[in-house]
Design a protein around this ligand. Structure first.
Ligand code: ADP
Length: 546
């Protein structure tokens, strides 16, 4: 048994805060417990009568005993100090001990004892494990978020395709001879489909914001143009309610800035749209001001004489799905996502959004930004990589006083233009046919990418309207094949316009990179399609086809 363990020495060892134990190497070469100080006893739960003279295998038994016994033998064999970690089952939990085991030799150099000291590292290990679990939970949440985003993007695509049919055909229906009741029904279909599309777009935007997927594009753009465009776009909506809508952009303020014109436009559209939606009488002003000394010098504000928002509601309206619960606003449609999206966009641009409002008097929403003024101005009227729908509207929904040549022009101007329409959806084929047939264009149809390639090779065309998701060969792949073929055959490149429900900016990039010339998001308006064809094929339309 352990020699020299006097009462005094044992009391000294008990006073040590660390767990300490001594193993004595027997004649059979096996290390057996001879001593544990108080801390050691309290951690293992053994009294001297229980541990004295036992190997780790005998004392702990099972896997714990085997592991500890193997570690003890390892030090006996290596004859040097070793540090390792052991786990011990402890009252209802596992404790983790960081242990150093040191061999003790007698004067003759014989290894007689092992002295171990153990630190309880349970809280560190538990923290490590908690961090690991948090990491796993975070990864799982990210995966779930990505899956949700993919799902929403797919759903948005799936919904946009039939929406194109509903909106397009009801638009065409509106142009036919209808009695009053039929016109009312047809208009209602059109308006409801437009409202549904807005909800789909909001939900998709919101999911992108949640997944932190908003990317900004820095381009020089004319803010003045954007403000005037949005004003012109929404003017008739305000006018229909008898509300005066003014835009104020003083001459002294710079025109062009570097920023994401598409997102700025979306922000102004949201704020102005809300002002018109909630205001029943009075006026609305969309104004721009610039204070050179401020850290956010550019201010775009929208003021209205609407119902106003109470102090207690002014913060919550920027949260998702929140709407002011008052009779004045409850009857108005909306998802409650508009301001949450607007706030996220503004903050992503490093700006801030504020509201000043008095109940019964009106509201002013202001966004403050620090956009760089564009000096060397190669100004974009629209960013190249944004889906065109909203930008094309500029030309299609101008105030009534402006002449709109487009509605009549294509009828004479597309005579003989050879167009292949590639779309696997028969409703969309029908829609494009109904829009383009009256223009005199020469139309052929392909149901998939392979067919469009074959149709083009067998007989050239001037323009291909290309869907992206098609069976057999997608629109991007078909474009690659066509461009390669044109090069080889020394044919002039035909114009290819993507006509697709894939509405992400990355889809636009992919289309342009594949060699397409332009991009139109479904659902599109009749005039948007005609405008785009006219601008993409302007040379052919003006100088004739070969
Ligand atoms: P939505 O308009 O779809 O309900 P928003 O996030 O754009 O969602 O707006 C949230 C709420 O803020 C609205 O439901 C409305 O109660 C309030 N709100 C927004 N703009 C105005 C405004 N100009 N005047 C009065 N209330 C407004």
């Amino acid at each position: 048994m352990f020699q020299g363990g006097s009462t005094f020495q044992k009391a000294v060892l008990d006073a040590v805060g660390q767990a300490l134990f001594v193993l004595e190497v027997g004649d059979d070469g096996l290390p057996r417990y001879a001593l544990m100080n108080r801390k050691g006893r309290s951690l293992t739960g053994f009294s001297p009568g229980e541990y004295e003279g036992k190997t780790a295998l005998e004392l702990f038994g099972g896997a714990v005993g085997e592991h500890a016994f193997a570690l003890h033998k390892r030090v006996l064999e290596a004859r040097v100090t070793q540090t390792y970690e052991v786990t011990l089952p402890y009252v209802q939990r596992t404790i983790y001990l960081n242990t150093t085991l040191e061999p003790i030799f007698n004067d003759a150099g014989i290894l007689t004892h092992l002295v171990g000291t153990s630190n309880d590292v349970t809280s560190e290990r538990e923290l490590d494990m908690a961090l690991e679990l948090t990491k796993i939970a975070k990864e799982k949440a990210e995966e779930a978020n990505q899956a949700k985003e993919r799902f929403l993007a797919n759903m948005s695509h799936e919904i946009r395709t039939p929406m194109n049919g509903i909106l397009g055909i009801s638009e065409l229906l509106n142009e036919t001879e209808l009695d009053d009741q039929q016109a009312l029904f047809s208009n209602t279909i059109y308006k409801s489909a437009t409202a549904l599309l807005k909800i789909i777009n909001d939900v998709l935007d919101f999911s992108k914001i949640q997944a932190d997927k908003i990317s900004l594009q820095d381009q020089a753009f004319s803010l003045r143009d954007q403000v005037e465009d949005v004003g012109a776009l929404l003017w008739s909506r305000a006018d229909n309610k008898g509300i005066d809508l003014r835009t104020e952009y003083p001459e002294t303020i710079p025109d062009t800035f570097i920023g994401d014109a598409h997102k700025i436009r979306q922000i102004i559209l949201n704020l102005l749209g809300n002002a018109i939606k909630f205001t029943e009488r009075g006026h609305i002003a969309l104004g721009v001001s610039y204070r050179r000394d401020a850290c956010l010098p550019l201010r775009i504000s929208v003021s209205d004489t609407g119902p106003g928002i109470g102090d207690d509601q002014q913060n919550i309206i920027f949260s998702a799905f929140e709407q002011v619960d008052s009779t004045a606003t409850r009857r108005v449609e909306g998802t409650g996502l508009g301001l949450a999206i607007t706030k996220a966009l503004v903050e992503r641009m490093g700006g801030k959004i504020t509201v000043a409002s008095t109940l019964g008097q009106g509201s002013t929403f202001s966004i403050d930004l620090n956009l760089q003024i564009a000096r060397d101005t190669k100004v974009l009227s629209r960013p190249p990589q944004a889906p065109l729908t909203s930008f094309r509207n500029k030309k299609t929904i101008q105030s009534a006083s402006r002449t709109d040549a487009l509605s009549t022009q294509p009828i004479q101007m597309m005579n003989g233009l050879r167009i292949i329409v590639a779309d696997d959806n028969k409703t969309n084929q029908l829609l494009v046919e109904k829009i383009l047939a009256p223009t005199g264009a020469n139309l052929r149809f392909a149901n998939n990418g392979q067919q469009v390639v074959e149709a083009y090779k067998s007989s050239r065309c001037d323009l291909i309207l290309m869907d992206l998701s098609m069976p057999k060969l997608g629109g991007i792949e078909a474009t690659h094949v066509i461009r390669a073929f044109e090069k080889k055959a020394d044919w002039p490149a035909c114009t290819i316009i993507a006509l697709t429900a894939n509405a992400q900016p990355s889809d636009v990039e992919a289309c342009l990179a594949a060699g397409m010339n332009d991009f139109l998001t479904k659902p599109f308006r009749k005039k948007e399609l005609l405008t785009l064809i006219k601008s993409s094929c302007s040379v052919l339309i003006e100088h004739g086809y070969d």
